[in-house]
Design a protein around this ligand. Structure first.
Ligand code: NIG
Length: 386
């Protein structure tokens, strides 16, 4: 069945197995066999043998979370900004400049340790795929440094030189730099390019300039759009064939319609909406219109300082009107689609063996018991990480 040189694991006694595989769906009293990849899935009664057998005693099993939107290359702290926000101050994204200052000051080692710390924290909670962005450097040297450090730790690196125009830099000159020399220097380390297309950050033309330059260099596209108000972000992302447009908090009917007709995934960031005291993105409306959605943590020190995908799933169920099944799919398979990956986000035969065992009999407990740490065990590519 599997390569005999490779250690295989049989998990049996699964109370509820979410596979996200169209042919398998959700199974009860199930078993799964994997080495680095899934080799067999089916009823416990017909499970084949493996090198190791683990009985999970009725617990639920899911694919590992796919967190397709984080900003983990940072240093410093923005607790004071958070406290001011809770006291009534609006989130404007202006605090990005504070993190840029701290990040430029930090050593490579400081950035690496901080990145590892957050990736490990996420893995401990069942996250097995993490995308992360540059965007707190904003000079050629600082952006390249962030991308290089990120590429040594995660396999999905996004270049976000167009996060904010640094203080004392002319905007047109900065857009030219990002779309030219900065992009050229970062390309070896990045798979994606992203732009913060928002009033106060980059307008439609500026965003288009950066995204088209990135596409010409072979990078896939992502867009931060419609976070603080309606705007051109969604429309531009769809027009340019971006893999994902992220935030989508304020959407017109035309935006929803455009997303529903496209391959561009609407990545929703409910913890960010809560932390910035914005309305929640219209997840139900998007699903009803036929759009593909993902849920992600947006972990960053300003607008959403959490690595918890389970928290995002709980909000999506409790406040956005998603079913548990829809929310779990969005946080696994949806994230994979937002990263244009077919090897993660599901547990069909051949998938990477990213397996998340819950300390609960069903995925429903993720919303039924919000805030409770429900991860029992985690395997990433067949290796147990928790
Ligand atoms: O996705 N919106 C832009 N970027 C981040 C926030 C970054 C920050 O406030 O530091 C986001 O929310």
């Amino acid at each position: 069945m599997s390569d005999p040189a490779v250690h295989s694991t049989l998990i049996t006694g699964i109370g509820e197995l979410t596979t996200n595989d169209p042919g398998l769906g959700r199974l009860t009293d199930a078993a799964i066999v994997f080495d680095s990849h899934v080799r067999w899935v089916g009823p416990a009664s017909s499970a084949p043998a493996a090198d190791e057998r683990i009985d999970v005693a009725g617990r639920a099993v899911l694919p590992g979370w796919v967190d397709s939107h984080t900003h983990l290359l940072f240093a410093g702290d923005r607790t004071a900004e958070f406290e001011a926000r809770m006291a009534g101050q609006a989130y404007t994204a202006g605090g990005i400049a504070v993190t840029v200052g701290a990040t430029r000051e930090a050593s490579d080692d400081d950035l690496l340790v901080n990145l590892h710390k957050h990736v490990a924290e996420a893995a401990h909670q069942g996250t097995t795929t993490v995308e992360t962005k540059t965007g707190y450097g904003l000079t050629v040297a600082d952006e390249v440094r962030s991308a290089r450090i990120a590429a040594g730790v995660v396999d999905e690196v996004t270049f976000l030189g167009a996060h904010l125009v640094p203080a004392d830099v002319d905007k047109d000159a900065y857009v030219s730099l990002v779309a030219g020399m900065m992009l050229d220097a970062v390309v070896p380390y990045a798979r994606w390019a992203d732009v913060f297309c928002e009033r106060g950050a980059f307008d439609e033309d500026e965003s288009r300039t950066v995204l088209e330059a990135a596409a010409a260099r072979g990078l896939g596209l992502r867009v931060h759009g419609n976070q603080l108000g309606e705007g051109p972000g969604v429309r531009l992302a769809v027009e340019l064939g971006a893999a994902s447009v992220d935030h989508c908090t304020y959407l017109s009917d035309a935006d929803v319609e455009a997303l529903s007709r496209s391959r561009t995934v609407a990545t929703l960031l409910p913890a960010c909406d809560l932390s910035t005291r914005q309305p929640l993105a219209p997840g139900r409306r998007l699903l009803d219109a036929g759009a593909t959605i993902a849920l992600a943590s947006n972990c960053n020190p300003g607008s959403s300082y959490t690595t918890s995908m389970a928290f995002n799933v709980a909000i999506a169920v409790l406040q956005m009107g998603l079913t548990v099944e829809e929310a779990v799919a969005a946080a696994t398979l949806g994230g994979a689609k937002a990263l244009r990956r077919s090897d993660v986000g599901h547990l069909g035969v051949g998938a990477r063996a990213d397996v998340h065992v819950l300390e609960a009999p069903s995925a429903t407990h993720l919303a039924y018991r919000p805030g409770v740490p429900l991860t029992h065990a985690v395997w990433r590519e067949g290796r147990q990480v928790r």
